[in-house]
Ligand binder design. Structure first.
Ligand code: SF4
Length: 366
């Protein structure tokens, strides 16, 4: 292990001069830190900022979030993806508030173990809250930190395997500044986010850690960190049926490039499988086929119907091939689980990102 005090000195000097001003780094309120950490998982800072500011404006205290309806939280989360994060956030807020009834002097879980026990919180988020809110000596290993540690110590073990995680955790525990974990975690995360980035270019030449970085010395930095091979992406084929009950024929007309849908009704359905994507989000009634060539008879008939739009939607492990077909009907069909709503009220429901994309396309079709 390199000289730790030298690493701290150089890293902190860089951080002081180069860090971004981020609202969640300027507070020690664990609720705000927790919100930001959950929002920022799998999300860019610029996009996450908007959601963070909206959440704290709407639910300034954990009690406010706990009192919200799950549907409201999902609605506010709309567009961020990975909706289980929002559901866990809400569930955890309710658990915290419930426990406050018994611990009147406490305001938020204050130990790593208590924080880690909340739904949706893993080692990284627990470490981030414990160190940023309470300055407790726990590392916060996000993707940026894995990259910096892998390069600094020239570790070629895949960081996302069980053995790799153990090894990286051991190394970061050794490296952690126990006198100032808040500063250490903030600085190394920011350094990975802004300086020691996936594509290095000529960053190493002017890097404050260049002379003590083993990855740089061995010429391996650009190849690190190593990950295990990604699982195969699964293809799925969805046909969505947009039923329009349009007694006045308004869906045929358009105003300023938008379909006019006043007094038009449609059917939507909540996704109810907790093991599948978009759990508890709404969408138009959907039929799924396991392969494009193995279409059901019903689907084959529908194939002849011209879709109003076709989209490919890529998730981390799935690629959805979606087609949306409009059916103008006098009487709505009876489809289990659907509810009848005004087209104008679609905005009041938490919709999947794919549905939002389709609506955007359809609405602007003149
Ligand atoms: S020398 Fe290069 S690889 Fe090493 S820490 Fe600096 S930027 Fe990262």
């Amino acid at each position: 292990m390199q000289d730790k005090s030298l690493i701290y000195k150089r890293l902190y000097a860089w951080y002081e001069s180069s860090r971004r001003v981020l609202p969640w780094r300027e507070t020690e309120d664990p609720y705000y830190i927790w919100l930001s950490e959950v929002i920022l998982q799998q999300t860019r800072v610029a996009q996450g900022m908007e959601y963070y500011l909206r959440f704290i404006a709407r639910w300034p205290k954990v009690e406010d979030l706990a009192a919200a309806k799950e549907e409201e939280v999902l609605r506010e989360w709309q567009g961020l993806g990975y909706y289980s994060r929002a559901r866990n956030l809400h569930k955890a807020a309710q658990m915290i508030v419930e426990s406050l009834k018994f611990k009147v002097e406490r305001t938020f879980p204050q130990t790593f173990e208590e924080i880690r026990a909340l739904p949706g919180i893993g080692d990284y988020t627990a470490g981030a809250i414990a160190s940023f809110a309470y300055n407790l000596p726990y590392p916060a290993m996000d993707g940026n930190v894995y990259r910096v540690v892998a390069r600094l110590m020239d570790i070629d073990e895949a960081f996302d395997t069980t053995a790799g995680k153990k090894l990286f955790h051991k190394r970061i525990e050794e490296l952690l500044d126990r006198d100032n974990p808040r500063l250490f975690n903030s600085a190394i995360m920011e350094f990975g986010a802004l300086y020691c980035t996936p594509v290095l270019g000529d960053a190493c030449e002017a890097c404050p850690l260049a002379d003590i970085c083993m990855g740089h010395a061995h010429g391996t930095a650009e190849l690190l960190p190593v990950r295990k091979p990604r699982p195969k992406v699964r293809d799925r084929w969805f046909t969505y049926h947009i039923y329009l009950n349009d007694p006045y024929g308004k869906a045929d007309r358009s105003t300023a490039g938008r379909l006019e849908m006043v007094n038009v009704f449609t059917l939507i359905r909540k996704r109810e499988n907790p093991k599948d994507i978009w759990y508890h989000l709404y969408e138009f009634p959907c039929e799924e086929s396991v392969s494009e060539s193995g279409l059901s008879t019903e689907w084959s008939v529908l194939r002849q119907a011209k879709p109003v739009c076709e989209l490919t939607h890529v998730l981390s492990h799935q690629r959805i091939h979606a087609r949306f077909i409009i059916h103008k009907v006098q009487q709505m069909p009876e489809i289990p689980g659907t509810i009848l709503i005004r087209w104008d009220d679609l905005d009041d429901f938490a919709l999947s990102r794919l549905t939002l994309r389709a609506l955007d396309t359809i609405q602007h079709k003149a």
